[in-house]
Design a protein around this ligand. Sequence first.
Ligand code: CAA
Length: 259
Amino acid sequence: MQPQFIIIHQQVAPYVAHIQLNRPKELNALNLELMTELRDALKALDADDNVRVIIISGNEKAFAAGADIKQMAGKTAMDMYNIDQFSTWDTIKKTKKPLIAAVSGFALGGGCELVMLCDMIVASETARFGQPEIKIGVMPGAGGTQRLTRAVGKALAMEMVLTGRFISAEEALRAGLINRIVPVELFLKEAIQLASEVAALSPLAVKMAKESVLKAFDSSLEEGLHFERKNFYLLFASDDQKEGMQAFVDKRAPVFKGK
Ligand code: CAA
């Protein structure tokens, strides 16, 4: 079935797919249906050998202005428990291939949380990041208090979560939340460029490297180092390792096959 709230561009560059959130009138508010479509699309692209990196974007005005407040407003705690709207996020979080967020305009609440679930973030100079849930009587629920704090530190995370203040792309870059800022007309192009750089490398090494970096967030140093070392050794079972190292010795460009 054709998705209704996202657009899937299968190949925007070799091995690069792009998912565009597409509820422009609602500033891409993340309703349950959109999140389900996003989860299903990511699952399919993660299993597709012709895709090595996935970009998620909104449009120039908004990446996403958060979870759909109108859909949630009348819900009881038991409704929320039964619907368990964040369970889709658990699957998205398991995506093995790198996710790049291309952000322009608002990335708020669940929008900011979705951005932070991605592995690298390219922002336009108009991007605004925030966790404004406190202003509507709740708090972040899809990772905001945890991922934001890990990304920018306690002081700024507390301020953003407790006041709902939005930060600019400049402030986000200074705080270490995002990777780079480009003029608004280039934000998607830059994300595709970055994705292509990664897509040219060994997809096995890339997946294991992603997994290892993420391990740093929920393990002790010792445990993380052990995990990293195992992945490093494991990559010597791949053809890509043989090809990458032989190409270096031969002074030629490697051709990675993901095997
Ligand atoms: N949910 C539902 N609809 C939303 C929405 C949201 N999160 N954000 C914007 N919209 C809708 C507006 O209701 C409006 O619809 P109508 O034209 O039908 O009235 C349309 O999008 C355009 O929005 P505005 O007219 O408000 O546009 P603006 O430029 O004046 O303001 C804004 C932009 C500052 C982003 C403002 O829309 C806003 O504050 N949005 C809500 C942000 C927010 O609180 N996000 C957190 C949601 S809770 C959450 O995300 C929980 C979680 O942890 C997952």
